[in-house]
Ligand binder design. Structure first.
Ligand code: ADP
Ligand code: 5GP
Length: 215
C-alpha cells in the first residue's frame, strides 16, 4: 500500500533458520506488489542463485564496518559468524512514502528495531517450525548449505526460538499455504491499526462536522 496519508509499517519476520521465513517473505512480496523488501547487507558469501542487491548487499567486513560507523544501519548483528544489517535510508524512504517494508532478520535485529524511534511502526511476527525434526529436514533439503553449516544452524535454533514471546504474532509453519493465509491476515490487520492511519483524524472530524450540520 502506498499512501502518503499513512505511515508505512515495518513488518519483521524472524524464525530459526530453515523454518520458512524467506519462502513466506517471497510469497507475501509476490502477493502485494507495493510491499518493499528490506535488502540487508551481509558479510556472508552469496548462495547459488543469489544476486547482489536482490537477496543481500554482499560486503567485505571492512565495508560493513564502515557502513555501521557512518550511521547507515538501522540495526545490525552477528549471526552464524557473519555480520548482517538493515540499511537505514530505504526504510526511512519507504515509511515516509506510506510504503510497508518487510524485514527477514534475526531476534537481535528485531529487538533493536523494536527499541528504536520507529518502534510504533513495527509489527513483528515469529515463525515456528512444526517440529525440530522437520526443521532439520528443511535445512538439509534446501540443499544450499554444507552439513557443517546446517549443524551450526541447528545448534543456534534453540536460542533463536527462545525469543518467540517477544513478538506480536506467532505462526507455526506446518502447511505452507495455511501459514501464508495466516500471515496475510496478520498483515492486513496490522494495516488497519490506528497508529498507522493519521487520515482517520480528518475522517472523524468530517463525521463531527456532519453532526454539527444536523443541528
Ligand atoms: P528460512 O528463510 O527461515 O531459513 P526457507 O524459507 O529458506 O527458511 O525454507 C527452508 C526450506 O524449507 C526451503 O527449502 C523451503 O522450500 C522449505 N519450506 C518452507 N516452508 C515449508 C513448509 N511449510 N513445508 C515444507 N517445506 C517448507
Ligand atoms: P541467511 O544466511 O540464511 O540468509 O540468514 C541467516 C540469518 O540472518 C537469518 O535468521 C536471517 O533472518 C538473519 N538476517 C538476515 N538479514 C539480517 C539483518 O539485516 N539483520 C539481522 N539482525 N539479521 C539478519
Amino acid at each position: 500500500m502506498s499512501d502518503t496519508n499513512r505511515r508505512g509499517l515495518l513488518v519483521i519476520l524472524s524464525s530459526p533458520s530453515g523454518a520458512g521465513k524467506s519462502t513466506l517473505s517471497r510469497m507475501l512480496l509476490d502477493w502485494d506488489a507495493t510491499l518493499r523488501f528490506s535488502v540487508s547487507a551481509t558479510t556472508r558469501a552469496p548462495r547459488r542463485g543469489e544476486e547482489d542487491g536482490r537477496e543481500y548487499f554482499f560486503k567485505t567486513k571492512e565495508e560493513f564496518e564502515a557502513l555501521v560507523q557512518s550511521g547507515g544501519m538501522l540495526e545490525h548483528a552477528q549471526v552464524f559468524g557473519n555480520y548482517y544489517g538493515s540499511p537505514l535510508a530505504p526504510v526511512e524512504k519507504a515509511i515516509t512514502a506510506g510504503r510497508d517494508i518487510l524485514f527477514d532478520i534475526d531476534w537481535q535485529g528485531g529487538q533493536q528495531i523494536r527499541g528504536s524511534v520507529l518502534q510504533r511502526d513495527v509489527v513483528s511476527i515469529f515463525i515456528l517450525p512444526p517440529s525440530i525434526k522437520e526443521l532439520e529436514r528443511r535445512l538439509t533439503s534446501r540443499g544450499q548449505d554444507s552439513a557443517e553449516v546446517v549443524a551450526g544452524r541447528m545448534a543456534q535454533a534453540k536460542s533463536e526460538i527462545s525469543h518467540w514471546a517477544e513478538y506480536d504474532f506467532v505462526l507455526i509453519n506446518d502447511n505452507l499455504e495455511e501459514c501464508f493465509e495466516r500471515l496475510k491476515t496478520v498483515f492486513q490487520a496490522a494495516r488497519l491499526r490506528r497508529d498507522a492511519r493519521p487520515e482517520l483524524m480528518s475522517h472523524v472530524q468530517m463525521l463531527n462536522q456532519e453532526f454539527e450540520d444536523l443541528l
